[in-house]
Design a protein around this ligand. Sequence first.
Ligand SMILES: [Zn+2]
Length: 452
Amino acid sequence: MTSLLLTNADILVTMDAARREIPGGAVYVEDNRIVAVGPAAEVPTTADTVLDMRGHAVMPGLVNTHHHMYQTLTRAVPAAQDAELFGWLKALYPIWARLTPEMVRVSTQTAMAELILSGCTTSSDHLYIYPNGCRLDDSIEGAEEIGMRFHAARGAMSVGESAGGLPPDSVVEDEAAILKDTERLIARWHDPSRFSMRRIVVAPCSPFSVSRELMRDAAILARRHGVSLHTHLAENDNDVAYSLEKFGMTPADYAADLGWTGPDVWHAHCVKLDEAGIALFGRTGTGVAHCPCSNMRLASGIAPIRRMRCEGVSVGLGVDGSASNDGSHMLGEARQAMLLARVGFGPAAMTAREALEIGTLGGAKVLNRDDIGALAPGMAADIVAFDLRGLEMAGALHDPVAALTFCAPQKVAWSIIDGRIVVREGRLTTLDTTALAARHNALAAALVRGEA
Ligand SMILES: [Zn+2]
């Protein structure tokens, strides 16, 4: 057994049941589990490793509930800079069709490095395109190396243009093969245990790229294996119009009809979820991944997060794929969620503390986990620390917790994931980020130019 103590934090944000914020707080960890949390005097004072957190805010690691990490290779692509969802996808599909296994692994690590340095300790990723021998295993192996807690979603597209779908036929897969590969991945990688570092999620891409049958069969398969379900839903007006025209129902009714509601299901975006859909999701415990930057970038609209939370819908945050946000900064995403809620629904629509809560506890609930998202005895040791002494926070230290979201988003000084120090004094300990970015840039240039 090894022990770790973070002590004397200027402020310790617990996100526990009492939502305690403890000046001079400490967290004591044994192996990968939090054993004690409280004022420094009430927590064991020695450990194998002691980190003095004076000058820092310490909080639970943020949880990212929606991403397409491979898209870090296609940030700011000129042809996709100024389009809405469907036009943006059509510009990018032919480029993504050239992805290779190395590109998947390297882009996963790039996105994860960026996420970790922004305060995120658990992430989901939705990989739904598998050309040229790419497999979900490529991203899982990348995640193992960097040391991030990972919910790997086996995405899929099966309805190409010739069958009335959006993607070109060259990037869709056979439905039986999709289900077979999903079962292979669950058998090989899924770990349902408490403190699990790796879970598999069943995740057909969207209503406009897979059939009703695949959605239904995916839900049956997921329930048989006790794994979660994830897809895109009600992202913008065109997405809703497609659902009404092709299926004769709203996105929420379509989801309900195919078994896609419940605490083991979460849907990305839901910008245009109607009142009946919000009530349905609240009633059934269905989760939503809110992606404010992406929704702004693609002009999709403003998701009714206040309404959702009032109706008891579980809401987490997602940075979304890096081709529709171009950044993977989780603390920045919490800030954007707060700001966008206010644009849509007034200054009381979301507080700074609520944005942090959605980004931690909210994300944990959406991923159907009760072992992450808070600092309390018995929880996983996923802990981050932000240095409060820099220029960004100067003048805001009368309320350092609110300052985390009101001030310009920072990088973490420290990150502990599953009890392991993954960021030390602002530097990732598990990978060389300079070499990673250089390799990523070479692969991105080849991919976008078509020389892969
Ligand atoms: Zn997405």
